[in-house]
Ligand binder design. Structure first.
Ligand code: OAD
Length: 251
């Protein structure tokens, strides 16, 4: 797979790279995306039925069961060659990953700087007192309902550590993300449809600071006019090709 020369040139000179990833980053690991036709989670599940505070208020056991199913799914898959390529790139440049994903595949691939804008499946917390709680092992089979555990400190329900529609993003990851993008010499956007804000605003933030933006996605996205170069390839094909070309080209 030939790396488009303008993208390779930008990557070659960048000592500090910010990478914004979305569900497409984990697709080749076997984790469903949200909006891909037929295979996306939201194609098969009504997002508002599960990923909102109202859904949680209405039926915590249904929401907890769905997130524990996703924990089991992520535990059963592995980082793909794209995750590993980003971790390798981090050995020769400073690579700061800003992910919208709630899986832990970047960390498992060895990336050291990862912030989760939309939280993580692996950081449940108490609904009331906010205390982090140890993630219980998910059930072997997907269940329609599963009572959430109780907070050991205050007894209230433990909730998934993810951001739901309508909720504010965690402040610290957002601060780190905007700092990484502003200070980068290159922003690489991988596998996001660019429809959910404020994450989708990061490419525009990069460009307002003179940071070139490159997109890796097999399909057209909403980011079209906000990126300098689009490479119509996948995470697990494009990123390894790019990192391989960087390593070969190194003097
Ligand atoms: P989407 O499902 O909206 O978009 C996935 C993107 O990945 C699309 O642009 C696909 O073309 C692309 N894609 C699919 N397979 C790919 C592959 N193998 N390699 C590279 N790209 C691929 O997912 P997100 O943009 O991440 O938020 O969705 C953003 C947010 O919406 C999620 O974080 C979640 C969801 O609601 C919350 O839950 C708060």
């Amino acid at each position: 797979m030939g790396v488009p020369p303008p993208i390779l040139d930008l990557a070659r000179t960048a000592r500090r790279v910010a990478v914004l990833t979305g569900a497409g980053m984990s697709a080749e690991s076997g984790v469903p995306t949200f909006r891909d036709a037929q295979t996306g989670l939201w194609e098969n599940v009504d997002a508002t039925a599960l990923a909102t505070p109202e859904a949680w208020e209405d039926d915590p056991a249904k929401v907890w069961a769905w997130y524990q199913w996703r924990v089991a799914l992520v535990r059963g898959v592995h980082p793909n060659a794209g995750h590993r390529a980003l971790a390798d790139w981090g050995h020769t440049a400073r690579v700061q990953i800003v992910t919208q994903n709630v899986d832990d595949l970047h960390e498992r691939a060895g990336s050291e700087e990862v912030v989760h804008l939309h939280g993580s499946l692996f950081s449940p917390r108490c609904t009331r007192c906010g205390r982090p709680v140890e993630l219980p092992d998910p059930p072997r089979d997907a269940l329609a309902r599963l009572e959430p555990p109780s907070c050991p400190a205050c007894g209230d329900d433990v909730r998934p550590g993810v951001v739901w529609f309508g909720e504010m993003l965690p402040q610290e990851p957002w601060e780190i993300a905007t700092g990484s993008v502003r200070d980068a010499e290159l922003l690489v956007v991988v596998g996001t449809s660019g429809v959910v804000y404020p994450a989708a605003g990061l490419p525009a933030l990069a460009r307002s600071h003179g940071v070139p933006v490159v997109e890796i996605d097999p399909r057209e996205t909403d980011l079209g006019d906000r990126v300098d170069h689009s490479w119509r390839t996948t995470a697990a094909v494009g990123l390894p090709a790019l990192v391989e070309a960087l390593e070969h080209g190194r003097p």
